[in-house]
Design a protein around this ligand. Structure first.
Ligand code: DNO
Length: 352
């Protein structure tokens, strides 16, 4: 197992690499050129200088999260060809610096969705919260206003240039069904997988978060059936999954222990996160500790340790604790605690 930590860049994160270095066991930084617009090529020199900087702290830069997919590709619009060509060039430029895994998603308009970025917890910390009733009672504009005004730091995937075009984008998705999305994903993969495969890069799709329809938008990577369908699109070794316990696990029909054991070999990258689920579909992001949430984090790590999983793992979102004011979900402290818990479970289980 290769422990990693997501970091947003020198002038773009409240956490420094020097601090990450003090967390035991972290080998690599999960990175991205966060200031690039969706669909732009990541140039060789930009990618080189970014990775050299991270590597100067002794971290590897094997995993990129995310190279985002332009909305025209997801919608299957004629100008997708331009963005697909750009994507291929970006893959080549990332291969040039030795990247091994590219995490991406195929979620319409929004990346992950939450209603509250700083929901108060009983212990005095705050955490990300998905309130199903609020989602059902709001229109997308109201949600965007609610989320973007509560923090200066945007959620990844909620970049202002996209969010400003929300009405226009919703109009475009009006007649797009799940089947259309599958067809568009299939086309995208048929174009990029040969390039990724040639360069030994694994394209690891992130599940939809939450794994169900919101605001009528089609969601396709939501359960085991979707994983099977994805893997059927192509048997290329580059056609892979980012296994996210907090995203897939929000649906109680998805058994995280069973699915992680079964699909670890197709998942070069794991996001491990716990959530506490409520009966009405809402959930709050808790600490990683199994007893704090609804996901069997200990069972998932046990399965990975049993298989001697060799892929990359990162602690996913944490709470905001000890007066830290980080990017929502991406502080130093609770993710650091999460790492220690995951490493502890791993060491305890690897000899069982
Ligand atoms: C949330 C993340 C997602 C993820 C993208 C991958 O914290 O897990 O934003 O990075 O969906 O493309």
């Amino acid at each position: 197992m290769n422990m990693t930590f997501r970091w947003y860049g020198k002038d773009n994160d409240s956490v420094s690499l020097k601090e990450v270095k003090q967390i035991p066991g972290v080998k690599g930084i999960v990175w991205a050129l966060h200031k690039k617009g969706v669909g732009e090529i990541w140039n060789r020199d930009e990618v080189e200088s970014y990775t050299y900087y991270i590597q100067s702290y002794g971290f590897h830069t094997d995993v990129v999260e995310s190279v985002n997919v332009h909305e025209s590709i997801k919608l299957g619009l004629p100008d997708r060809s331009v963005f697909i060509e750009n994507y291929k060039k970006t893959i080549e430029n990332l291969a040039n610096v030795g990247v091994k895994v590219i995490c991406y998603n195929f979620m319409p308009i929004f990346d992950w969705t939450r209603t509250d970025l700083y929901h108060p917890m009983q212990d005095g910390s705050t955490a990300l919260f998905y309130n199903h009733e609020i989602i059902n009672s709001m229109n997308p504009d109201e949600l965007v206003k609610r989320v973007t005004t509560s923090s200066d730091l945007t959620l990844p995937g909620w970049e202002p240039e996209k969010i400003n075009r929300i009405k226009e984008l919703f109009k475009k998705y009006e007649n797009i069904s799940e089947e259309d999305m599958w067809a568009n994903l299939g086309y995208f993969l048929s174009e990029i997988l040969p390039v990724a495969e040639k360069h030994n890069i694994k394209m690891a799709i992130h599940p939809d978060d939450p794994p169900w329809k919101i605001f009528g938008l089609p969601k396709i990577i939501i359960n085991e059936e979707s994983i099977k369908r994805l893997l059927k699109i192509s048997d290329s070794p580059s056609n892979c999954i980012t296994f996210c316990t907090g995203s897939l696990g929000a649906n109680s029909n998805n058994d995280m222990v069973k699915l992680s054991a079964k699909y670890a070999k197709h998942s070069p990258f794991f996001h491990i996160r716990n959530i506490k689920k409520y009966d009405n579909g809402s959930f709050i992001e808790t600490s990683h500790y199994t007893q704090d949430g609804s996901i069997e984090i200990d069972g998932v790590v046990k399965e990975l340790a049993k298989q001697d999983y060799a892929g990359y793992i990162r602690p996913d979102h944490g709470r905001h604790i000890w007066n830290e004011e980080p990017r929502p979900g991406y502080g130093l402290y609770d993710r650091g605690l999460g790492i220690m818990y995951l490493l502890g479970l791993w060491d305890a289980f690897k000899y069982v």
